[in-house]
Design a protein around this ligand. Structure first.
Ligand code: HSE
Length: 314
């Protein structure tokens, strides 16, 4: 039966996992974005409300990720109907927590929830990617984990290139997000356009090592491989306030590795126990406290679930 209103949640995600630039990502348990969708008969896409963005996001459906993603899904369905969308941002903007991907994924999940015969989750990937692409280009390392949950190898943007990897049982993450925005476009603009062959060999070796360690459930080896990034982090580190100090404190408190979350500025420490992740998160926050920079911290695990339809109304 056709629904009138549906609400969906999509989780935060950490892209890259250090060396896996644009191809690896994981969904985080806890925070995320929520989108409510409601049919309208005039064929328009209307963004009626955005909360939690401090007024920074455009309500223009051609410019806002949720509008673009919803439009892409309705286009895919050859639907003439429109939707009213309401977005609740649970994730800070330009923070490296996959906020734009979460918005796009929540939008397509919500619109899908309105359908008489909802599409399979796999069929929502392309429309969600359209939304994300408006902000950071076509790569699925945030969208795919947010949609499907777990740890994802996204070696392309079509469903046949998306592979779910096993989640090591003792993988815990401590995250700290300083109160500065690092737009993805800016963090991509500083990257080198070429890398020397020897560096390429080491970088691809580290990616292979990381994927193998994930399959073996070996968090220690996973952490070492993640941190072996010679290409992306060195180019971006200057955009991440106090990254060296935060890494030092994280490791003093038991973290195995620290990487930039996506395009930053969130920093993500890899830990083997919940209590260690908790004390690492606190230690990382103290660094920003010392420098008078506000931040948010959390410690969490990988979300196995991905996006969820929360409610529907007939
Ligand atoms: N892989 C992307 C990047 C994630 O690091 O630029 C952010 O969109």
């Amino acid at each position: 039966m056709l629904k009138t209103r549906a609400e969906a949640f999509a989780p935060a995600s950490i892209a890259n996992l250090g060396v896996g630039f644009d191809i690896l990502g994981l969904a985080l348990d806890g925070a995320g974005d929520v989108v409510e969708a409601e049919w309208r008969d005039d064929g328009q896409i209307v963004i009626a409300e955005i909360r939690g963005d401090e007024g920074k996001l455009s309500h223009d459906p051609q410019k806002n990720i949720v509008g673009i993603a919803a439009q892409a899904l309705l286009g895919q369905l050859h639907s003439k109907r429109g939707v009213t969308l309401r977005l609740k941002k649970g994730l800070p903007l330009s923070s490296g927590l996959g906020g734009s991907a979460a918005s796009a994924v929540a939008a397509v999940m919500a619109v899908n929830g309105l359908l008489e015969k909802p599409l399979a989750r796999e069929d929502l990937l392309a429309a969600a990617l359209e939304g994300e692409a408006a902000v950071s280009g076509y790569h699925a390392d945030n969208v795919a984990p947010s949609l499907f949950g777990g740890i994802i190898l996204a070696n392309g943007i079509t469903i046949d290139r998306i592979h779910r990897l096993p989640v090591p049982s003792d993988l815990h993450l401590a995250l700290v997000t300083p109160n500065v925005e690092v737009p993805t476009a800016q963090a991509r603009a500083v990257l080198p356009s070429t890398v020397p062959l020897r560096q390429l060999v080491r970088q691809t070796g580290a990616v292979a090592d990381l994927v193998d360690a994930i399959h073996c459930g070996d968090v220690v080896r996973m952490a070492r491989a993640m941190e072996a990034d010679e290409v992306i982090e060195p180019a971006r580190a200057h955009l991440m306030p106090y990254i060296d100090e935060v890494r030092h404190e994280a490791k003093l408190n038991g973290a195995l590795a620290l990487v930039i979350g996506g395009a930053g500025p969130t920093l993500c420490a890899v830990c083997q126990r919940w209590d260690i992740a908790e004390s690492v998160a606190l230690a990382m926050r103290r660094v920003y406290d010392r420098h008078g920079l506000a931040c948010q911290m959390r410690h969490t695990t990988v979300s196995a679930q991905g996006a969820q339809l929360l409610t529907t109304h007939l």
